[in-house]
Design a binder for this molecule. Structure first.
Ligand SMILES: Nc1ncnc2c1ncn2[C@@H]1O[C@H](COP(=O)(O)OP(=O)(O)OP(=O)(O)O)[C@@H](O)[C@H]1O
Ligand SMILES: [Mg+2]
Length: 530
């Protein structure tokens, strides 16, 4: 069965009833149960597919995500599969760049239907049938087959395919984690889908190299395992959808991840090359916060980023982006591998003001700390649930950071995915910076800000900030001037939010203008004297 839901009405429907073999079943799209309570439904690739989010009484009210696609009649399916075969062999690459691939497939389908004498049958079936056939050609040729609708839904953050014949799970921006009604039941379809994704990412997956971590050209992140090599339920993969427009610092304020004062604090610290580490669990939003913070680095400063997968994206010209490379050597041979460690080492030769490491896990941490010890600014993320765990990880193998090096991190930011006391922007959960610590010494951490889970607000303690004191001392100005500067910057950020200036490029322009008009600390000192 292709698709599982509603069908388009067509005046031509059923005109030609011929005995044709039914389509092979590669994926199951179970129906919305009669007793389900529909929470929301929306069209995707209108009018061919629809998403229904429903609460299921049989599962104690659990929510589930249903994909409903138009179905092909057996005759439509026959034409579709003939064209699939022909197109796979005969399609010619577009002669010019920038062609819409959907339109191109449609054009090629028409050309080849004509060439192979299918056009008469198609005309007899009618326009709506032809549109359905085109939809399935696009879905299976340039789309993601049974995953096409899920992959096209921008409300989805994560897609998890956990094996053959198990429901695909998603993480929905509004409803969090949910099972879908889609199960791929054909092993080959699943494997081919994974191979297709791997090719698109220009990587390799096979029985010999069954683990993959890659980035699709759409910047979606793909992690996968191949066939039964390391996953007893067959090929698995997980896709983290990329946001077209990464969150700016103003977006994060709007979402409530941090408030204006905290943002102003980070901004001032980053201008002064302080080092920060964002700590949190999977999907806590660490990389997004890192990206927003990186965009606060002064345009004149040089940034080198080091990542396993190129996730960072911020408007900065003086930026060298380095990405590690895996080796396809077998056994102990790691010929050709370029690790984060190698890249952090090389980054030092670029004389960066800031080294940003996407996520530290291994021995590269050691080099990063050495860089920070020699006066480079550093920003990074670390997977840990709390500051305590983070310090434990840092000081144990394979990172092995000496205790005396720990205070080289000036600020530790702990971020979490939390349940909100009341919905914000229609969401009942959110990402919050739960705690901001200044690292005074190993074992001595000053809490500078914390999130209140009852009021969904932040409490600050900037007067106790050693880092702000350091900045005051560096410029020979009073702490009051620094605190006033924080408030002014917070007001600017608030103003940007009220005016709807949220996009990274516009935020950067406004911040640059602020810097020009209010050079720090000169303007702050002048104002205080007046
Ligand atoms: N502050 C935020 N508010 C709402 N959604 C967010 C926020 N930050 C990130 N997200 C969303 O959460 C998902 C995970 O974000 P991100 O990749 O930044 O997390 P992470 O902690 O780095 O994850 P990982 O542990 O996989 O590295 C993304 O889909 C992103 O769009
Ligand atoms: Mg991350």
């Amino acid at each position: 069965m292709m698709g599982g839901g509603f069908s388009l009405s067509s005046p031509f429907k059923g005109l030609f009833k011929k005995k044709v073999a039914p389509p092979p079943e590669v994926a199951v799209f179970s129906k919305v149960p009669e007793n389900a309570e529909i929470i929301e439904s929306y069209m995707i690739h209108n009018p061919f597919a629809r998403v229904v989010i429903a609460s299921l009484p049989d599962l104690g009210g659990e929510k589930s995500y249903f994909v409903e696609e138009v179905k092909l009649s057996p005759e439509e399916y026959e034409i579709f599969s003939k064209l699939m075969d022909i197109i796979s062999v005969e399609i010619e690459p577009p002669s010019e760049e920038g062609v819409d691939p959907y339109k191109y497939v449609e054009g090629e389908a028409e050309r080849l239907a004509e060439k192979y004498g299918l056009i008469k049958r198609i005309k007899r079936l009618g326009d709506e049938s032809w549109m359905r056939i085109i939809y399935y050609l696009q879905r299976d040729l340039i789309g993601f087959g049974p995953l096409h609708v899920i992959m096209s839904d921008r409300m989805i953050e994560d897609i998890s395919v956990n094996g053959v014949n198990v429901p695909i799970y998603i993480w929905h921006r509004k409803y969090e984690s949910m099972p879908t009604n889609v199960r791929i039941i054909d092993e080959r379809t699943l494997d081919n889908l994974l191979i297709k994704l791997t090719h698109i990412a220009q990587k390799h997956i096979s029985t010999a190299f069954p683990i993959l971590d890659a980035m699709l050209p759409t910047k979606d992140r793909l992690a996968a395992t191949f066939r039964y090599e390391v996953s007893p339920k067959g090929s698995t993969f997980c896709i983290r959808r990329f946001r077209e427009e990464p969150f700016s610092i103003v977006d994060l304020i709007e979402l409530g991840t941090l408030d204006e004062m905290l943002a102003a604090y980070f901004w001032l610290l980053i201008e002064n090359r302080m080092t920060m580490m964002i700590i949190g669990g999977t999907g806590a939003g660490k990389t997004s916060t890192l990206n927003a913070l990186a965009s606060l680095v002064k345009p004149s400063m040089k940034i080198v980023t080091v990542e396993e997968i190129p996730e960072l994206m911020f408007p900065h010209d003086n930026w060298v982006q380095l990405v590690s490379r895996v080796s396809y050597g077998l056994g102990v041979s790691k010929i050709g591998e370029i690790s984060l460690f190698d890249l952090v080492k090389v980054s030092l030769r670029y004389r960066p003001d800031y080294i940003i490491v996407g996520e530290i896990r291994g021995e590269e941490a050691f080099v990063l700390f050495q860089a920070m010890a020699t006066g480079h600014g550093g920003l990074t993320t670390l997977h840990a649930e709390s500051l305590e765990h983070a310090i434990k990880r840092l000081t144990s193998p394979p990172m092995n950071i000496a205790e005396s090096y720990i205070p080289l991190v000036n600020v530790a930011i702990v971020q979490e995915r939390v349940q909100l006391p009341r919905p914000k922007m229609g969401l009942t959960f959110g990402r919050r910076i739960r705690e901001v610590y200044e690292v005074i010494d190993y074992g001595k951490y000053e809490s500078i800000a914390s999130w209140n889970p009852i009021t969904d607000t932040f409490a600050h303690n900037f007067r106790r900030s050693e880092m702000l004191k350091k900045i005051a001392m560096k410029y020979g100005i009073g702490m009051e001037s620094v605190l006033e500067e924080l408030t002014r910057r917070a007001l600017l950020l608030h103003d940007l939010l009220t005016r709807g200036v949220k996009n990274n490029v516009d935020v950067k322009t406004e911040i640059t203008r602020y810097r020009l008009l209010n050079p720090f600390p000169a303007a702050a000192v002048r104002r205080r004297a007046a």
